[in-house]
Design a protein around this ligand. Structure first.
Ligand code: M6R
Length: 597
């Protein structure tokens, strides 16, 4: 997700340790490169950066000795351009008198880079953070002052981002917000700005929140806010923030799980930008197309993404794939696989031992290894021929939520591309996710209260919602400690239907294509006294037959509708966990990453 931090002090001082600490505080967001720039009182810029972790890069380049009156730190999570020294941030403008760094995605980066080069600017990297600096340079070169140059640049830079920029011959930093997080603060001898509040709390409790469309001018003696729209001064009081560090890290959500559920639309949008601009997508599609057999392997939630992916590849690209639990891969397919086959291995952490074992056995048979992984620098990322980063930042709560939705989105994108379909159909997805969260959160909370006392139940889906039923049940078991089984709805009558009695809850998850089949399943249960909870589209047939409803917004395709069904199920598990008095973030007996057999 990247992170930026800036500081302005009254006198030149040793800023290195503060910048390193800020880097450590922001590192939870996930990153692959680190950089610092300081500007001393004489206006000299000292820029040090490289790919790697904060401790290692800081030691190698001796960040600790860096001094200045202004400082900028950036942690980069690669989106535009590979993780490398040149793509690391901060960046300089052409003649080296502007320096800055960004967080977020400039979606018209490719087009802007061409324009900057045509205008004679020196473009050194592929990174979109550099475009923020050149976008300002373009107008400074035309004689605009910094505030007006930034206002003009804001019009040129499309996407969601925030950036910090400083000019050699001034003594201020400018911080601009458009979509990505940005918070400023007053410290004893100056001012600071950062991508998030927790990284400022060790330095100050006097906070100034910056809104989209605002420029904060950080001076040693205070912060001035200006409107991008007309350049006017915005008056806002500095707040005295009282929350604890943990509350700040949770962004005022009571739990990481809820925060991460609410982050899903944002990280989905970031992933789509990343995929639109990734060369890895073509490489992976070509590798899959050429393979004899394609295995999709993961554990737990990541395996459920593989199950849905298999349906996506079949429906959208006419290609059969073999989803398999990573632990079962060796026993079931190990003896049969060969060099013509490819495995797409899916893991949030990239360190799950069961997945790494499967990869080892696949490699031993000469199979191709592809990765879909969240944690940058993880083993899965390193051993994959090609990989797609999920771009979710850290997922702290043990139950996987935002990484699951991004796994499904990445697979849907690949299937669309393999089938020669337009991926623009996905661009409304973040908004649909937002609507689903807003509608289902209160419903899930109410339903959870009425489920207290229930000891076991079923979640049933069909076709594309079958993996969602498995995922909904896993999530529920994981954080409520109740028994819940996810099943194919049509299998219910082959045995488990016998459990149904008066008031027995069954959750039915359906897409619009399967309503008739699901309605028939609902009736099997309700005629025996079952309590039917329905997750699906608005449909009179469902309304007429079910008891409780969590309704999805209208969606452009059944594939998108299917992946949205998991959001109400995540929220139901979350609220039931709370209603039962548990901490959903850290369920007993489990850990986030399972590095053992
Ligand atoms: O890091 P991974 O995706 O490889 O983890 C796999 C499973 O352990 C994980 O998905 C687990 O099932 C989740 N905690 C479920 O919410």
């Amino acid at each position: 997700m990247c992170g930026i931090f800036g500081i302005v002090t009254k006198q030149e001082t040793n800023l290195g340790p503060t910048l390193i600490e800020a880097g450590k505080m922001l590192s939870y967001r996930g990153y692959d490169s680190v950089g610092c720039a300081t500007i001393n009182a004489a206006g000299e810029i000292d820029l040090r950066k490289d790919a790697g972790k904060v401790d290692a890069v800081a030691e190698q380049y001796n960040f600790a000795e860096m001094s200045g009156q202004r400082g900028i730190l950036q942690l980069r999570w690669a989106t535009f351009g590979a993780p490398s020294k040149v793509n690391s941030q901060p960046h300089l403008d052409s003649d080296g008198d502007l320096v800055g760094a960004h967080n977020g995605n400039v979606v018209n980066n490719a087009e802007l880079r061409k324009q900057f080069m045509a205008e004679g600017m020196t473009v050194r990297s592929e990174n979109d953070g550099e475009s923020c600096i050149h976008a300002v340079e373009r107008y400074v070169n035309k004689g605009f002052g910094m505030v007006d140059a930034i206002r003009k640049a804001y019009e040129d830079l499309k996407g969601d981002y925030a950036f910090v920029i400083g000019r050699q011959d001034e003594d201020v930093l400018y911080a601009i917000k458009k979509g990505s997080g940005l918070v400023a603060g007053i410290i004893e001898d100056g001012t600071v700005v950062s991508s998030d509040l927790p990284s400022l709390l060790p330095l100050t409790r006097q906070i100034l929140r910056i809104e989209d469309g605002e420029i904060a001018i950080l001076r040693a003696d205070g912060i001035e806010l200006r409107s991008v729209a007309d350049g006017s001064v915005i008056e806002r009081e500095v707040e005295l923030v009282k929350e604890t560090m943990e509350a700040a890290q949770k962004g005022n959500y009571p739990h990481f799980m809820l925060k991460e559920i609410h982050e899903q639309p944002v990280v989905a949008g970031e992933l789509l930008n990343l995929l639109d601009n990734s060369e890895e997508v073509d490489a992976i599609v070509a590798r899959i197309k050429a393979a004899d057999n394609i295995y999709l392997a993961g554990c737990g939630t990541s395996y459920h993404a593989c199950l849905l992916a298999s349906v996506y590849f079949s429906r959208l690209a006419g290609r059969a794939t073999i989803p398999v639990l990573a632990t079962q891969f060796i026993a079931q397919y190990g003896p049969a696989v060969g060099p013509g086959d490819v495995g797409m291995f899916v893991s949030q952490s990239g360190e799950t031992k069961d997945v790494l074992n499967a990869i080892e056995s696949a490699e031993a048979k000469g199979m191709g290894v592809l990765g879909l992984v969240n944690v940058v620098g993880s083993t899965l990322m390193r051993v994959s021929e090609h990989h797609i980063p999920l771009g979710c930042g850290y997922e702290i709560s043990v139950p996987a939520t935002k990484t699951f939705t991004n796994q499904m989105i990445a697979f849907l994108y690949l299937a669309l591309r393999m089938g020669g379909h337009d991926t623009d159909i996905l661009h409304d997805l973040p908004e649909l996710m937002r609507k689903t969260i807003a509608a289902s959160d209160p419903q899930a909370a109410e339903l959870a209260d009425s489920l207290v006392g229930v000891q076991d139940f079923y979640q049933l889906g069909y076709g594309m919602t079958y993996p969602m039923a498995l995922e909904g049940a896993l999530k529920l078991k994981e954080i409520t400690y109740l028994h819940c089984e996810g099943m194919l709805s049509t299998e219910f009558k082959h045995g488990p239907l016998s459990a149904v009695e008066e008031g027995y809850p069954v959750v039915y998850i359906t897409g619009r294509e399967d309503v008739d089949l699901i309605v028939s399943g609902i009736n099997e249960a309700t005629c025996r006294g079952g309590w039917a909870i329905v997750v699906g589209p608005e449909d009179a047939r469902l309304r007429a037959n079910g008891h409780e409803f969590m309704i999805l917004p209208e969606t452009p395709t059944p594939e998108i509708e299917a992946l949205l069904t998991v959001i109400p199920l995540q929220l139901l598990s979350y609220h039931l966990s709370l209603a039962l008095g548990y901490d959903p973030d850290f369920p007993r007996n489990l850990s986030k990453t399972l590095t053992v057999d």
